[in-house]
Design a binder for this molecule. Structure first.
Ligand SMILES: *Cc1c(COP(=O)(O)O)cnc(C)c1O
Length: 362
């Protein structure tokens, strides 16, 4: 780790690979001999065109995205997409099924209700404060729906889907904001995968939308032009000025990821990191985990002491220990460690050492 930097467990915007930050710094003033920063470039210039094309090509390579899927870079973040999905996909029957497994899937559902006459909650773990993912048996799916929406990794509650729900012929749409590129994904199982990039991919400012091409082109007439998936696909995400710098970071982060061994390697490392933390949590009773063991997230690990005062003290001590952003989300309380791709194993080991020390002192 570079002198003076700390282990940042933020849920988002979050840690980025240090090598990538250094590369961006090196290229900052004069990108590849262009005489200017990427920040200063026309999005229509040849040099920028190569950047956005490389970002897309890299994503296609590392995620194995088939040719019949479009890759879009849009503004509005994941929350903007909550509305855009409904407008782009919900114009056939006006029915859509939402599995509400946490805060963001609930927000997506609420947004869809504004635009669709029949957005339904098709299953939820709300009564258990979202401590698990609904099982297939707990879902009541409408075979006529235009799509089924799930949030793959629940950033706030620390749960993740471990099975792909069977939705029959209805396209599955997944918010992968907090787990994209953390492990291999079979893109063909989804009609659409989308993500705000600020968790595992790049700095904030862009949403990546990966969408099967037969699902676009039937949007509602009210759809804002910049969120019209078909038009944006036609114009290579350049109807207007795209978020040029975050897209450049997608290129850098995916370059780095490919050099490190791709998503297979990320999965290996992420399993190892999560295991260090969960194994410790399972081995003692000072800290408690808040979620169902089978549905534990590899990216966001929630835990608490059982005492709000002790939780607060734990969080207060983090800066001196060389950490930040360990406070849990206000909907859950306690602590949360977000251990995305860029978090080194050493960071997780250091956290466990701090947890052990804190437990022994209290
Ligand atoms: C952070 C997050 C969002 C919200 O992303 P924005 O880009 O801030 O709109 C949505 N879904 C999930 C799963 C998230 O982690």
């Amino acid at each position: 780790m570079i002198e003076g930097r700390i282990y940042n467990f933020s849920a988002g915007p979050s840690i980025l690979p240090e090598d990538v930050l250094v590369k961006a710094q090196k290229e900052f003033l004069n990108y590849e001999g262009s005489g200017m920063s990427v920040l200063e470039m026309s999005h229509r210039s040849k040099v920028y065109d190569a950047i956005i094309k490389a970002a897309e090509a890299n994503l296609r390579q590392v995620m194995g995205i088939p040719d019949n899927y479009k890759v879009l870079f849009l503004q509005g973040g994941a929350t903007g997409m909550f509305a855009a999905l409904a407008m782009n996909f919900g114009n056939k029957t006006g029915a859509a099924d939402y599995v509400v497994s946490g805060n963001f899937s609930g927000n997506a559902f609420k947004e869809a209700q504004k635009y669709l006459k029949d957005a339904r909650c098709a299953g939820t773990s709300k009564d258990d404060n979202f401590n698990h993912i609904p099982t297939q048996e707990e879902l009541t799916l409408n075979p006529e729906a235009d799509y089924v929406h799930v949030c793959w990794n629940n950033t706030i509650f620390g749960t993740t889907w471990k099975y792909i729900p069977d939705t029959g012929n209805v396209p599955l749409v997944a918010d992968m904001s907090s787990c994209i590129l953390s492990e291999p994904v079979d893109v063909t199982k989804y009609g659409c995968i989308y993500a705000g990039v600020q968790k595992n991919l790049a700095p904030a400012g862009v949403a990546v939308v990966i969408v099967r091409d037969d699902l676009i082109g039937n949007e509602m007439p009210i759809t804002p032009k910049i969120w019209n998936f078909a038009q944006q696909a036609e114009k290579d995400s350049m109807i207007n000025t795209p978020p040029t710098y975050p897209i450049y970071f997608i290129k850098l982060v995916t370059d780095y990821l490919i050099a490190q061994g791709g998503v297979e390697e990320m999965k290996k490392r992420n399993i190892e990191k999560a295991k260090i933390l969960y194994d410790y949590l399972d081995s003692q009773d000072f800290y408690k985990t808040t979620v169902n063991k089978a549905d534990r997230s590899m990216m966001n690990v929630c835990f608490r002491t059982g005492s709000d005062d002790l939780d607060a003290e734990f969080v207060k001590g983090q800066a001196a220990a060389g950490f930040s952003n360990l406070k849990g989300h206000r909907l859950v309380g306690g602590m949360r460690a977000s251990i995305y791709n860029a978090m080194p194993k050493e960071g997780v080991e250091a956290l466990v050492a701090y947890m052990k020390k804190f437990a022994s002192e209290h």
